[in-house]
Write a protein that binds this ligand. Sequence first.
Ligand SMILES: Cc1ncc(COP(=O)(O)O)c(C=O)c1O
Length: 377
Amino acid sequence: MIQIPFNRPFATGNELEYIRTAMAAPKFSGDGPFTAECHRLLEGSLGVQKALLTTSCTHALEMAALLLNLGPGDEVIVPAFTFPSALNAFVLRGARPVFVDVRRDTLNIDETQIDQRITERTKAIFLVHYAGVGCEMDTVMPIARHHGIAVAEDNAHGLYGKYRGRYLGTFGELATLSFHETKNLSCGEGGALLINNAQFNERAEILREKGTDRSRFFRGEVDKYTWVDIGSSYLPSDLLAAFLRAQLEHRDQIQSRRRKIWEAYSRELTSWAEANGVGLPIVPPECEQSYHMFYVIMPSFEARQALISHLASFGILAVFHYLPLHLSPMGLRFGGRQGDCPVTENLSDRLLRFPFFTGMSSSEQNQVIDAVRAFRC
Ligand SMILES: Cc1ncc(COP(=O)(O)O)c(C=O)c1O
């Protein structure tokens, strides 16, 4: 039986009070006072000119694909090692993914391979800051600017992580966040679109409100609202925003707890990793990570599977992560072939994530550490 889960949702203590307040209000559909407060907290803490809460990171990515007008005939550069949401976002619009391999150290898109994959059809780069460790933005952004293509940052993992002192999610024209229960800050299911280029502001509000100018109507800027564009319902209820506000207000405490847990894993497992040929996460000096996850790279697929079973025998759930997207059934339909992205293919088989959650106690973490140390490759 599992005693130490992979993730356990964390509550800061104010969530219920805020939800009660939201329920007592005359309305608790989208864009109420708690949503406005979350926007303010995100914009203020990150220094972005506009943040819009969404029902998920997946939906924020869909909004990004719509805002960038991606469509049939367009190509979008993506890392082969990521979550399908970023790809679905533009594949739904008819655009095609072009898979790029990842770096061996950070598992982020290999920036040295981007230029050679750009064609006259390339419209955007959708990258992910894996584990909240920044991509090599000093290389990516000049390439994008040189070719006149947009960058969207899937920052589901990296809220409050930094690259060269600047918050992740503030580099590309657009960026997305996830507040899914496994993320650092959460409201169960939720996300946000960060807009770094004000030219997208007005249309983003319209897309998010079913293709209508209802946001302008609510602000009293028009006397009726109507259907003005395509769109969907991407805004969450104010009840979810009430939960999220409590999390955003406690962001420093949450981040500092996660930092302690991450550092304890790193410190306590260094000798074991060296003795067993296991790789620990690498955070380049220019990156301040977000402490989203703790993973190891095992020497082989077999060793990874054996460690999963070993930990399960101690009641500990450890999980692997993304399968190579170019070799997924959908990736194959877009021309993916074995050997296209060798680093992704190799590391995906060997990566293992240990239980990592904000409320993890030292005793829980010590049980995981002891169980891991008892394993020999
Ligand atoms: C990198 C990345 N992007 C997007 C998502 C999807 O996030 P959401 O569940 O908020 O749609 C995930 C999910 O874990 C993810 O890992």
